[in-house]
Design a protein around this ligand. Structure first.
Ligand SMILES: [Zn+2]
Length: 383
């Protein structure tokens, strides 16, 4: 990883950015990396420099990542019926108790890496998902049980961590700002032009106090992004249906800090979002590197009082994203637990492999097209 954090005097925290394996990630195979961090945190504004991962993840082959699926081979395993690319397949047996992938992206850029998705591969991910009957939904829609998809379609939650300029960049054309088509958002918006029902329904877990441009998608000219574009980007996301999620102020490894500091990191990001979008209600947070604070409850609930003005900021989230763990449970599943939401880190062909596995097991969330009923899988319904 490149250095992404501001370096202030006397404060150095080495951080392998972007999410090593969570110690709680259950069956996940990715070993992630041990953070080589040594923190000498000075105060609430302590910055970080990034450290290189010490080991590579072993989850999936990185080379040739994101190989496209032949749509003709995309069959609904539970039915054997061919899926028509890009359309709902009514022959797929609805199962609204099935699993939902929460995909985790970091940088969308020039090459594939543990924390990067080459932009052409990202585009192919979208094509693959679309062709196999997936449509993006926000985490809020999951929480509110408003996954209103046509019969035969499956939801996918797409989450972008770290607020890098590569995810959402602007280009200034004679004073008119345009979304950079080479950034993740540019690719997303272009994809929408030819793929109906692909909504503005992704989740951005943002940072506002990190360096190397990881500050609401770029600052100080990094990646060509101006500091004054930060708030307009955040506001544009919120105004256009995208979901904002708290990834802490500067990606602090919450396991290493005292309770008060943990709450400050989370509260200050919330304040920053509120500055850009007054009144915005954040409902989810993503643990930097999957590291829980010592007091786990503080990840989702806490408060911080600013010593300067005495104002207290409280947060109470319904979702804590892990960095791994496989597909999450349906919100209709009694065992659904938003406060430990597993994700699938997009590396190699993991999307395709996960879909194949879920379809084979008959354990994929497939909508019945009727918002007022919850389709049970055949085995359950028969009982
Ligand atoms: Zn991260």
């Amino acid at each position: 990883m490149t250095k992404m954090y501001r370096l202030l005097p006397l404060s150095v925290i080495a951080l392998a950015l972007a999410c090593a394996k969570s110690p709680d990630s259950g069956s996940a195979k990715d070993t992630g990396h041990a953070a080589t961090a040594v923190a000498t945190e000075r105060d609430g504004a302590a910055p970080i420099t990034s450290g290189a991962p010490t080991t590579e993840g072993t989850m999936a082959p990185v080379s040739g990542g994101g190989a496209p699926t032949n749509p003709a081979s995309a069959t609904g395993a539970s039915t054997g019926a061919a899926v028509i690319p890009g359309t709902a397949n009514p022959a797929r047996v609805p199962n609204e108790m099935g699993r939902i992938m929460v995909l985790e992206y970091h940088i969308i850029g020039d090459k594939d890496s543990q924390y990067g998705r080459e932009r052409g591969h990202f585009r192919r991910d979208l094509e693959l998902l679309y062709a196999r009957g997936f449509r993006p939904v926000t985490m809020n829609q999951v929480l509110d049980r408003k996954i209103n998809l046509a019969r035969g379609l499956s939801p996918v939650v797409m989450v972008f961590d770290d607020a890098s300029p590569e995810q959402f960049g602007y280009i200034d054309r004679n004073g008119k700002l345009e979304t950079d088509p080479r950034t993740g958002m540019g690719i997303w918006l272009d994809f929408q032009k030819t793929h109906k029902e692909w909504g503005n329904t992704a989740v951005f877990c943002v940072l506002s106090g990190a360096s190397a441009g990881h500050n609401f998608f770029g600052d100080k000219g990094i990646g060509g992004q101006k500091t004054e574009w930060r708030f307009p980007k955040i506001k544009w996301l919120a105004d256009n249906g995208f979901e904002l999620c708290n990834h802490t102020l500067w990606h602090a490894q919450l396991s290493k800090f005292p309770d008060a500091f943990v709450q400050q990191q989370i509260a200050q990001l919330q304040l920053a979002v509120d500055s850009a979008v007054p009144g915005y209600r954040i409902r989810s947070m993503a643990l930097p590197q999957g590291l829980w604070p010592k007091n786990r409850a503080l990840a989702s609930r806490g408060s911080w009082t600013n010593p300067k003005d005495g104002k207290t900021t409280s947060y109470n989230y319904e979702v804590v994203f892990e960095v791994a763990g496989g597909p999450m449970r349906s919100p209709y599943d009694p065992a659904f637990n938003g406060l430990s939401t597993p994700r699938v880190q997009v590396i190699g062909n993991v999307i395709e492999q996960t879909i194949d596995k879920l379809e084979k097991a008959g354990n994929l969330y497939i909508s019945d097209g009727n918002p007022s009923s919850v389709a049970k899988p055949p085995a359950v319904a028969a009982r």
